[in-house]
Design a protein around this ligand. Structure first.
Ligand code: SF4
Ligand code: ZN
Length: 478
C-alpha cells in the first residue's frame, strides 16, 4: 500500500503525535460541538462504491484558520465474511488510522470523536477530506483484508449531520443494550485488547460481558467477533482459567495474559475494583471513577464535563493521573456501560459493608447522571449529588447525611476500624505484604505519588494509619 500520492506521510510512527492549539489549523468535533459522530456500517456490495469518498459540507481547505466544525465520518464496508458484530471493532480503528496521518490528531470515539489538523499539514497540501477518506479506505482494506470494499462519507455540515446522528446513536445503543443482557457468569471466554498500547505501552484491556472496554466502544460480542476473524490480532481470546476471587473478579487466565501482554508490569487484576489491583487505564476512557477520601465515597466525571469535579479537578487533570497504563488505585478509567453492570466496583462496595458498587457513588456531573439515570436504583438517584447540588466537600458531607446516602453507614465503621488500627499499631508487627501498591495522596486527597513494594516483608515498631481530615470527619459523623 502506498501513500506516495499524498502530501503528508502516513504510518504508525505518527500515532503518538499531539497537536496543541497553537499548532492547529482546525478542530473537528470534540466537547464544544454538540453533534458529531463516527460510525462503521456493514453493507451489501451493491450498496456502496468501492474507493468512493463523499464529502457533504465545506472542505478542509475552505475552513478558516483556528475554527471549529462538526464532523461525521461514516465508513461503509462490504465483504463476504463480514457480519454486523464486526462494525464496532472496525469503528474503533478509525481512531488508529486517522492518527497514522502526519498532522492529524484523533481522540475518543463514537459521538465524542475529536480531531485536530495541523497548520503544517495544510501547508504541505493536505487540504481535503477526500484525501483523509482515501487514506482511511486504503488502511481499512490493507489492515483488515476481510474488508473487500469500502466507501467513506465525510460530513462537516451540521444540518447533514442531523440526518445521520440519530441512526448513529441508535446503533451504539443497540450494541450496548445487547451487551447489558449478558453477564460474566454466562460465558466461558473473555477477551483482551491491546490496541491502545501505542499510547500506553503497559495497558491491557480485559473485556467481559460485565466490563465493556473502558473506551466504551468494544463490548464482549464485538471482541468475540474480532478475535474470531483475526485471532492473532490486537483483540484476542482470554480463557478466564480459575476464578480466584469471584467478588473481586480475579481470574488466573486474566492475570496470566495481562502479565504477558503488559510485559510483566501488571501481575494481578481485580476486574470489579477501582481500589485494589484495578484494571489499568489508557487514555480514552469515557469516564473516571475517583475515590473521595473525605467522605469515603466515589465520584464519576465523564469526558464531556466542562467543569471541575467535587475534588476540585477537571476531567483532563484527573485523566493525566488515571491514564498511561498504570494501575492507579482510586482513579479508574471506565466506560459508561460498566456503571450499568451489576459487577460495577462491587468488590469495593463489599469491603465497605455495602451491597452494590453504585452505592459508593456520591457525586456525578449532572449530564452524566442524567445519561445513566436508568441504571441507578430509583431510591439512590436523589442521594447522588451533582455540581448543581453541592460545590465543596463540606456541602457534600452535609448532603450525604441529610439524604441518608448508604455511604454514611461506612463512616461509623471507619471509626471502629481506626481504634483497632491504633491498638494494633501499639504492639508493632511483622506484616507479610506480598506486592503492595499504595497511593499517597497530596493536598486534598489528590495528586501525590504511588509506592510499589514487591515481595516485601515489612517490620515496623509501629504502624499508624491516619486519615486525612480525620477530625473534620469525626465532627460530622452521625
Ligand atoms: Fe482496545 Fe481498550 Fe483501547 Fe478500547 S480502550 S481500543 S478496548 S485497548
Ligand atoms: Zn485507549
Amino acid at each position: 500500500m502506498s501513500f506516495s500520492d499524498m502530501p503528508v506521510d502516513v504510518g504508525p510512527v505518527y500515532e503518538g503525535e499531539r497537536i496543541r492549539s497553537k499548532q492547529m489549523f482546525v478542530e473537528l468535533g470534540g466537547p464544544k460541538i454538540p453533534k458529531h459522530f463516527e460510525l462503521v456500517k456493514v453493507r451489501k456490495p451493491s450498496e456502496i462504491k468501492d474507493g468512493e469518498v463523499i464529502l457533504r459540507g465545506i472542505d478542509l481547505g475552505e475552513m478558516e484558520e483556528g475554527s471549529r466544525h462538526p464532523i461525521g465520518i461514516l465508513v461503509e464496508v462490504a465483504g463476504k465474511e463480514l457480519e454486523e458484530d464486526l462494525e464496532a471493532v472496525f469503528e474503533r480503528r478509525i481512531h488508529e488510522f486517522c492518527n497514522f496521518i502526519n498532522g492529524v490528531m484523533h481522540l475518543n470515539q463514537r459521538y465524542t470523536n475529536w480531531m485536530r489538523v495541523s497548520k503544517k499539514a495544510i501547508e504541505k497540501g493536505f487540504n481535503s477530506f477526500k484525501q483523509m477518506g482515501t487514506i482511511l479506505i486504503r488502511l481499512f482494506k490493507a489492515e483488515l483484508p476481510i474488508i473487500e470494499q469500502a466507501q467513506v462519507t465525510m460530513i462537516t455540515n451540521a444540518d447533514v449531520i442531523e440526518e445521520y446522528y440519530d441512526m448513529a446513536i441508535e446503533t451504539y445503543e443497540k450494541r450496548d443494550e445487547r451487551a447489558r443482557g449478558l453477564h460474566d457468569d454466562d460465558v466461558d471466554m473473555f477477551y483482551g485488547c491491546v490496541l491502545c498500547q501505542s499510547f500506553a505501552p503497559t495497558h491491557v484491556c480485559t473485556i467481559t460481558p460485565d466490563r465493556t472496554s473502558l473506551c466504551g466502544s468494544i463490548n464482549w460480542f464485538d471482541a468475540r467477533a474480532a478475535a474470531k476473524v483475526d485471532p492473532k490480532g490486537p483483540i484476542y481470546a482470554v480463557p478466564p482459567g480459575e476464578c480466584i476471587n469471584g467478588v473481586a473478579g480475579e481470574y488466573t487466565g486474566v492475570n496470566e495474559i495481562t502479565k504477558k501482554r503488559s510485559l510483566g508490569e501488571v501481575e494481578r487484576v481485580y476486574l470489579y475494583s477501582g481500589m485494589e489491583w484495578p484494571h489499568t487505564s489508557c487514555g480514552c476512557f469515557e469516564a473516571i471513577d475517583f475515590y473521595i477520601p473525605e467522605v469515603n465515597g466515589h465520584g464519576i466525571i465523564d469526558r464531556n464535563a466542562d467543569m471541575k469535579a467535587i475534588n476540585g479537578l477537571a476531567f483532563s487533570t484527573m485523566a493525566n493521573q488515571t491514564g498511561g497504563g498504570k494501575q492507579m488505585p482510586g482513579f479508574n478509567g471506565i466506560s459508561l456501560q460498566y456503571i450499568a453492570s451489576p459487577k460495577f466496583q462491587i468488590y469495593d462496595a463489599i469491603q465497605e459493608g455495602l451491597e452494590h458498587g453504585i452505592e459508593l457513588t456520591v457525586w456525578m456531573n449532572s449530564e452524566l447522571k442524567e445519561r445513566v439515570k436508568q441504571f441507578i436504583p430509583e431510591d439512590l438517584q436523589p442521594k447522588i449529588a451533582t455540581e448543581k447540588d453541592v460545590s465543596n466537600m463540606n456541602e457534600l458531607r452535609e448532603w450525604l447525611k441529610e439524604k441518608e446516602h448508604p455511604v454514611v453507614a461506612t463512616w461509623v465503621e471507619e471509626e471502629e476500624e481506626e481504634e483497632y488500627e491504633e491498638e494494633w499499631a501499639e504492639e508493632g508487627a511483622m506484616v507479610p505484604l506480598g506486592t503492595q501498591t499504595m497511593t499517597i495522596p497530596g493536598a486534598g486527597g489528590i495528586g501525590g505519588f504511588k509506592i510499589i513494594l514487591k515481595n516485601c516483608k515489612v517490620h515496623a515498631d509501629a504502624l499508624i494509619i491516619k486519615r486525612i481530615d480525620k477530625s473534620a470527619k469525626r465532627k460530622k459523623k452521625k
